[in-house]
Design a protein around this ligand. Structure first.
Ligand code: ATP
Length: 344
């Protein structure tokens, strides 16, 4: 289902929870709503579901306005963090529930449930009760139950949050495959950036009620539009005086600009390590931490401390040692705009 959201706004009392949010989702995409706690992710999901009314703005499914439709009229399936399965019902009956409510014929229900049991890897568990299942299995039942009435949109609110790390990892790949096979448009809320990056076709970064950026995980990582996005996705160092770095001088940038630089965009070494010395700055080694697979190095350049990695094979660095620093690329931000600068 193609989804359009136009200028969605929501207050709870005086609190402005969702601020003028607009986006489009293509049919069949798996979208991650990612951001810190309290940012408004669940509120957006609940408005899509019809569980909450927006103050203003429009929601369109297939180009049709659905603001006035009740949740059960929107063709949506839900999976929540807590399993919310019916405890007194078997796996079969849990999955069949939505179809029974719709008064689907018994034989058709059986066929559909068996299809879903197969699809979600629960074959042989049909007769069990929720307490006889592991957390991961219960959550798979929740998916099967949500998919049974053939919804056009699947909404997932932190579906794996209550599951331990190892199983959560397995469930992520499982979810990716499931959504691809079913081909259903899906939106999931998470505050876990690894989960969003790994699972989603596109991520929407939500902070303080605003949609900061929407794009593929790779595009967002490579071209974060705001300092918040750059610091939320991946690692980066905030630099107050980028003009002190070679290649990022003030004339080009304006004096107000701040920079965010990822560790992998920084190269350090001795003079002989660089062919174009004029592109490098002089820095001083401040700290070196052992990280197992590499060193994590803090280097001071013109009052800025930059963090980078260094492989274990390279010669040992001494604290206080002078070193050359090449910054390949940085995200620059000032009040008005943001841009990316590459150092030749
Ligand atoms: P989390 O990851 O913690 O669930 P979130 O990004 O999903 O956070 P929301 O649950 O959408 O955030 O909440 C956004 C803000 O709106 C929060 O400050 C929350 O306290 C507030 N809020 C949400 N629902 C209500 C409500 N029914 N009444 C009052 N305030 C609410």
């Amino acid at each position: 289902m193609h989804i359009e959201v136009r200028n969605l706004d929501k207050h709870f009392g005086n609190f402005h929870a969702v601020k003028d949010v607009s986006f489009d989702i293509e049919k069949g995409q798996l979208i991650g709503l990612l951001g810190p706690s309290g940012g408004g992710k669940t509120s957006i999901l609940r408005m899509l579901a019809g569980l909450e009314q927006p103050d203003s703005g429009e929601i369109l499914f297939h180009g049709q306005r659905v603001n006035e439709l009740a949740p059960q009229e929107r063709g949506i399936g839900f999976v929540f963090q807590s399993y919310a399965l019916f405890k007194h019902m078997t796996v079969f009956d849990n999955i069949a529930f939505g179809l029974q409510v719709k008064k689907v014929a018994k034989s058709a229900i059986k066929e559909r449930v068996m299809e879903l049991v197969e699809l979600t890897g629960l074959k042989g568990f049909e007769g069990r009760y929720p307490h006889q299942l592991s957390g991961g299995q219960r959550q798979r039942v929740a998916f099967a139950r949500a998919l049974a009435p053939e919804p056009q949109l699947l909404l997932l609110d932190e579906p794996f949050a209550a599951i331990d790390a190892k199983i959560r990892q397995e469930l992520r790949s499982w979810l990716r495959e499931l959504i691809e096979r079913v081909g259903i448009t899906s939106i999931f809320v998470t505050h876990d950036q690894d989960e969003a990056i790994e699972v989603a076709d596109e991520i929407m970064i939500i902070s303080e009620g605003r949609l900061e950026q929407k794009g593929s995980p790779w595009d967002i990582y490579r071209e974060p539009r705001t300092p918040f996005v750059a610091s939320f996705i991946g690692q980066s160092t905030l630099v107050d005086n980028p003009s002190e770095l070679r290649g990022f001088e003030t004339e080009v940038l304006g004096s107000q600009a701040k920079a965010l630089i990822r560790p992998e965009y920084i190269e350090i070494g001795s003079e002989r390590d660089f062919t174009l010395l004029s592109a490098t700055s002089v820095g001083v080694v401040k700290h070196v931490h052992f990280r197992g697979s590499e060193w994590l190095v803090d280097v001071e350049v013109g009052g800025n401390v930059l963090t980078t990695f260094r492989s274990l094979e390279k010669e040992t660095l001494e604290i206080g040692q002078e070193i050359r620093v090449l910054v390949h690329r940085a995200y620059l931000y000032n009040e008005e705009r943001s841009w990316i600068v590459e150092n030749p």
